[in-house]
Write a protein that binds this ligand. Structure first.
Ligand code: ZN
Ligand code: ZN
Ligand code: ZN
Ligand code: ZN
Length: 383
C-alpha cells in the first residue's frame, strides 16, 4: 500500500520528530511541547537527521563528522590525526537510516492494527516514546574504534526562523529555501553516497555547502590566529557561536566550521547534523510489505478444504487468491544487516480432494455424530 503524506510535530530546536508520549526530545534533550513545529512526513521522500562521531585512536576524544567523509580517512577534530576509516560501514548506516524514517511509529500506517509494518519492526516506537535510534558500527575507525550513529526522522529547519525548509533539487545540487525569510542554501550532490545506498538522493551538511566558501585562518605577525575573508582576505569579526559571517569589506558571506572554532581554542567541536534525503521504500519496509501480501499457509489450507466440500456438493468453487512471489526479496534479519534471502518457496499446493473422499468425510462425520448421540442416550438410560 502506498503511504500518504502525514503531518508530524518536530522539535523546533533540532528538527527531529517529537515523541507523542514525551515532552522531551531524546535527540537534543530539549524539554517542553511548546517548542514544536509541524512538517510533512513525505509519502515517497523523507528526511533523516543523522549524527556521526567516532573516538580518535590517537587522543581518545570523541570527534564529530560534519559531512559524509568518503575518502577512507577521518580527521580528528581535537588532535588533527588522520585515521583509516572503512567506508563500507556507510552501506549499513545509510540503509538503516532509511529504514528508521520509513518505519517510524510517527507514520499512522505503521501503527494501524494488523498492519504488516507493525510486526518485526524495531522502529515502531520512534515518534511515539522516543525521537531517535542510536547504534555503533564497530571496528571501522583505525581498525578498532566504532562509528557512533544517531538517526531520527524529521525535517531540516531554517536556523533563524525555525520553520521547515523547502527543497529545490537540480541536476548537480540541492537548494533549500526558507519559506519565511527566503534565504537559500545550496548543497552539492554526493553521487558516491548512492553507491552505498541507492535510496539517498541528497546530503545536507555544512561540509557539502557549495554556495559559500569556508572562512580562512590567518596568522598575524604577533602569532595570533584571526579569521580571514576567503574572498578579499580582510579580517572578519563575529561572535564565538556564529556559523557564518559577512565580510564588512567586500560584503561576501562565508562559513565558519566548528573545527575552526576548536583550532582557535574557542570551543569544543559541536556535533553538526547531517540531513539525508531518501526517496522510495527502504529495504526493510519493502520486505515487510512483501511479507504482508503473502497468504498465511493455514488460511490457504482452510480455503482448500472449503473448496473440496463445495465441489463435493456440486457448487462452483471460489478461486484462491494466493500471491506467489518468485523474485528474490530483501529480508532484513536485523536493522544493520539487510541481506538477500533465497527466493520464496512456491506456495503449498493443495490438490482438490476427489469427490468420493469428500463424500466419505461427510458420511464418516455423520456416523461419528450418530455414535455420540447413541452414547448419550444410553448414558441417560443408565441413570
Ligand atoms: Zn530536539
Ligand atoms: Zn584525536
Ligand atoms: Zn528563515
Ligand atoms: Zn571580504
Amino acid at each position: 500500500m502506498q503511504p500518504h503524506p502525514v503531518i508530524v510535530n518536530l522539535c523546533a530546536l533540532c528538527g527531529s520528530v517529537a515523541a507523542e508520549r514525551s515532552d522531551r526530545c531524546t535527540t537534543c534533550g530539549a524539554v517542553g511541547a511548546s517548542g514544536r513545529v509541524q512538517a510533512e512526513l513525505g509519502a515517497d521522500a523523507r528526511w533523516a537527521r543523522v549524527e556521526l562521531s567516532f573516538r580518535c585512536v590517537g587522543c581518545g576524544f570523541s570527534s564529530p563528522l560534519d559531512h559524509l567523509d568518503l575518502d577512507g580517512t577521518l580527521s580528528c577534530a581535537h588532535c588533527g590525526l588522520d585515521q583509516a576509516f572503512d567506508v563500507r560501514a556507510y552501506s549499513r548506516v545509510l540503509s538503516t537510516a532509511h529504514d528508521v524514517v520509513d518505519l517510524c511509529g510517527a507514520d499512522p500506517e505503521v501503527r494501524r492494527p494488523g498492519s504488516a509494518l507493525s510486526r518485526d519492526n524495531p522502529y515502531h516506537h520512534i515518534g511515539v516514546s522516543v525521537s531517535d535510534q542510536a547504534w555503533s558500527e564497530p571496528h571501522v575507525v583505525g581498525g578498532r574504534e566504532a562509528l557512533r550513529v544517531r538517526v531520527s526522522p524529521g525535517h531540516p529547519l531554517c536556523d533563524r526562523c525555525k520553520v521547515p525548509q523547502v527543497p529545490y533539487p537540480s541536476h548537480d545540487q540541492l537548494g533549500l529555501r526558507c519559506p519565511q525569510c527566503h534565504r537559500l542554501q545550496s548543497y552539492a550532490l554526493v553521487p558516491q553516497a548512492q553507491s552505498f545506498h541507492p535510496g539517498v538522493v541528497a546530503v545536507v551538511a555544512p561540509g557539502h555547502r557549495c554556495d559559500l566558501r569556508q572562512v580562512s585562518e590567518a596568522i598575524t605577525a604577533a602569532g595570533a590566529a584571526k579569521l580571514g575573508c576567503p574572498h578579499c582576505g580582510a579580517p572578519l569579526h563575529t561572535d564565538q557561536h556564529a556559523t557564518s559571517v559577512t565580510c564588512a569589506h567586500c560584503h561576501q558571506p562565508s562559513l565558519i566550521s566548528s573545527k575552526l572554532w576548536y583550532r582557535l581554542g574557542v570551543r569544543e567541536p559541536r556535533t553538526e547534523p547531517i540531513w539525508l534525503w531518501f526517496r522510495g521504500r527502504s529495504p526493510r519496509r519493502r520486505a515487510l510489505e512483501q511479507r504482508g501480501q503473502d497468504v498465511d499457509p493455514f488460511e490457504l489450507e482452510l480455503q482448500a478444504r472449503a473448496r473440496a466440500v463445495l465441489e463435493a456438493r456440486g457448487r462452483p468453487a471460489p478461486q484462491l487468491a494466493a500471491s506467489s512471489p518468485s523474485a528474490p526479496q530483501l529480508v532484513a534479519s536485523s536493522p544493520s544487516t539487510p541481506q538477500l534471502a533465497a527466493p520464496a518457496p512456491p506456495p503449498i499446493q493443495f490438490a482438490a480432494a476427489p469427490r468420493s473422499h469428500a463424500v466419505l468425510v461427510v458420511v464418516g462425520g455423520s456416523v461419528v455424530l450418530f455414535a455420540l448421540f447413541a452414547g448419550v442416550i444410553a448414558y441417560l438410560a443408565l441413570l
